[in-house]
Structures are given as structure tokens and as C-alpha cells.
Design a protein around this ligand. Sequence first.
Ligand code: ADP
Ligand code: ZN
Ligand code: MG
Length: 479
Amino acid sequence: MKYEAVIGLEVHVQVRTKSKMFCSCANKFGAEPNTLVCPVCLGYPGTLPVPNREAVRKAIKAGLLTNCTIAKYSKFDRKSYFYPDLAKNYQISQFDLPFCENGFLQISGTGFSGAPLPEKKLGITRIHLEEDPAKLNHASGATGADYNRSGVPLIEIVGEPDLRSADEAYAYLTALKEIMRYGEISDCDMEKGQMRCDVNISLRPEGQKEFGVKIELKNLNSFRAVHRAIEYEYWRQSHILDEGGVIRQETRGWNDEAGESYLMRSKESAHDYRYFPDPDLMPFELSDEEIEKLRAELPELPEAMRKRFEESYQLSAYDAGVMTSDTALAAYFDAAAKLAKQPKLVANWISSELLRLFGETKTTLDVCKITPESLAQLTNLIADGKINGKIGKSVFEEMFATGDAPEKIIADKGLSQVSDSSAIASVVTDAINANPKQVGEYKAGNERVLQYLVGQVMKLSKGRANPQLVIAELKKQLG
Ligand code: ADP
Ligand code: ZN
Ligand code: MG
């Protein structure tokens, strides 16, 4: 039988802040274990949590960026469970009144597998703010707990079961990561555990309305692993169903090396988290003005920026995609394009020359000596016919190495285009004398030879002759 996959993702994203969610310990990755801790994040009795305003603001911004409704009234709840990663034996989280609800993300384009994606809005059920538990390390044979992570602000983005394929899940995660990075909510570095994802997946016979029984997949440490795990689960579950078996609700892990999922625990023995409002924390009341103030601080999102680049700078969809592949690059392009007579040329020089030189010199935009102003000037010189593209390339390389303005380089090296008619006439005469065979062909009616002769003139002038004037002069001298 043919089955349709139904997939919903639960994504945890660490919020980038200076300090932790409820104490003043640093929110920092990579320190010596258990050095960024205090009585609050170690769960000592008698301590009191103080909410981090910046984390709250960023959680709300995450909701605004994903088209959520922001709650006017919100609160923190205690979620009780007993595990060594949780010193208080409860996690401060949000239960029935999260900060953000009913949002969506948009996907389109091509999926990870290369197949086209449907234009689709993928629902976001809610985004709530909570504290990250400690990190347990099982590497050494024993288990160690690192409380540096305990109390790091964490948002959980719960997605609707709207996804239908591994490609859609991959695209959803990619879009979500891009938005969180643009909005400076998080760096979303998966290797540092700043973005973590659980996948819920069920199958149903094609055409059936009701959802099937879902499996939850954990330990997915890359988007690629998510993609592979979904394809694997689709295969595994459809095989069971085809054999007449039933799917039982279970939590499974993903073994990326083996390329298969494995049973972690079957039907969660109906966890009772005994949620109740945290009596140590005041509920949050938000006014429309406060929400609108946060909305006004939001950056332009990549999707909107791509559209703007296509429309106001006449870029192709592909070029707009390259220019917005990175926040800093997008700002750089935007600054140069605003000053350029032909913004499209700016995009060309960035994607062909600048990115090539970054690759060759193993550098990035942070240390780039070419200012957006200089880049715009270079393209304007080309657009105005002051230099041609070939000379532009050597000027560009000089700009990259020295940071000098293009006009200075052109003046210093005498590279400007020759438009002086007597100078051009004399090079044209030289070229005609040096190529009697081609001149004969031209005179016999083969007009295509003209291009060859233009090339010869350009060569003799070391690329500096104004091509339009060269053509006119050639025609004149050849009669
Ligand atoms: P639970 O009660 O197990 O936590 P929820 O209804 O809260 O389940 O949903 C958790 C996640 O699972 C959400 O991301 C949701 O989209 C997804 N989900 C729910 N039901 C299904 C299903 N039948 N198939 C696939 N995903 C599902
Ligand atoms: Zn602390
Ligand atoms: Mg749930």
C-alpha cells in the first residue's frame, strides 16, 4: 500500500544572551565543566529565580518572526521530573500560557533531495521559554553532569503535524535556523547543542484523514540526520504496516553511523509532569505598545530581502539567493548596490570575484579591505565605459589586496580607457597592417572578421582602447 508520512517537529533553540535565564551566570559554551554555576542554577533550596528580560524579549521576537500571536498574559510553570540533569527536580517552563502561539513558516523552492517543494505554510503550534537542563556526558564510561548548561534560556518551537516528507522537514529546519540567526535569537550551532530537534512521525494510508500512531525520534544531531531518519522511519513503518503489523507509540533514537533507528522506550508510561504555576515568578503582562516596539526592532528577513533585491536591484532569484546567503554579505551587497548605477554588476563582482578571492585567501568579509563604496565605484567605472571588465578584474584584485579606491589604482597604473581618437586611429592602423589576410576577408564581404580585428586592437592597446571607438575607427579605415 502507499502511505503518506505525517511529521511534526519539536525544536529547541538556546537563546543568545549574556547571562542565564534566572541567574547572572554567563551563558557561554565551551568553558571547563561546572565553572559557570551558582546556587540558583544548581537548584539550592532557598534561592530565587530572577527572569532574564533579554531572554523574554528574544522569545517574543522569535514568535513575531514566525508569525505567531503574542500572549498579552503569560506565565512560568514548574514541570516536575526526577533526573540528574535537573538539580531542582523541576524545570521552569511554560504550560498553558506560552509567550507565542499559532504561527507559521513558509517553504518553497527545491528540497534537499533536489525535488521541488510545494509552496506551503507550515504551522507552529507554540513557542515557549524554559531553562535548559544540565548536560550529561556519558563518554568516559561513567556519567558526568555539566551544570554550565543548567539554566541557559531555551525556547521550544512546537510545530504542527503539517510536514509530509523528509524534504519538507529539512526545508522547515533550514528556514527556521535562518530566521533565528537573522533575528539574532540564536546562532543555532548544532555542534554546540544550540539547536536540537525531535521528530514525530506517523504513517497513514494515502487518502485516509485520521493520523496514524506516531513515533518520536530523538538524538538527531544534524539536518541531514533528520532527513535520513525520516526516510528510514518511513521505510520501517510502511514495512510493518504492509506485513499487517501495528505501530505502537514509542520513543526511538537515531544511530547515524548504522543509518537506523532503535527503540529507546515504549509508550511513555503516561508521564505526569504535575505542572503548576511557579509561585516564585510573577506572570507577564504585555501591552500592545511593548509588542509593537519589539516588532519594530526586527530585522528584515531573508525572504523579504530576497524579494526586495529582485525587485529594486533587478537580480535574478539565484543571485538574490547568493546575496542573502549570509547576513553580513547581504548588508554589504545592499550598501554597494544602493550606490551603483547597475546593481546587477555589483552582484556579479561579488559572486564571481569576491567570493573566489575569499576562498583562495581563506578570509571572510570581516577582514575585507574593499568597502561597499569602492565596489560600487568600480562597477560605475565599468558601466560608464571608463574601464573594461578585463582591466576591472586587475583593479579589483589590487583593491582586494590594498583597499585602495579604484580611481586611485587606475590613475597610478595608467589603466584608464583610451578614448583619444588619434591614439585609437594609430593602433587601428597598426592592427590593419599586421593582419592583411583578415583585412582581405573583411573586404571580400566577411563582416564577422571585424570582431577578430577588434580583438587585435584591444590586444595592442593592452585592453585600454574604448571598444566602441575602435569599431567605428576600424570601419572607417577599412572603408
Ligand atoms: P504529545 O502529547 O506526545 O507531546 P503533541 O500532540 O503535543 O504530542 O505533539 C507533539 C509533536 O508531535 C508536535 O510537533 C506535533 O506536530 C506532532 N504530532 C502530533 N501527532 C502526530 C502524528 N499523529 N503524527 C506525526 N506527528 C504528530
Ligand atoms: Zn547560575
Ligand atoms: Mg506535547
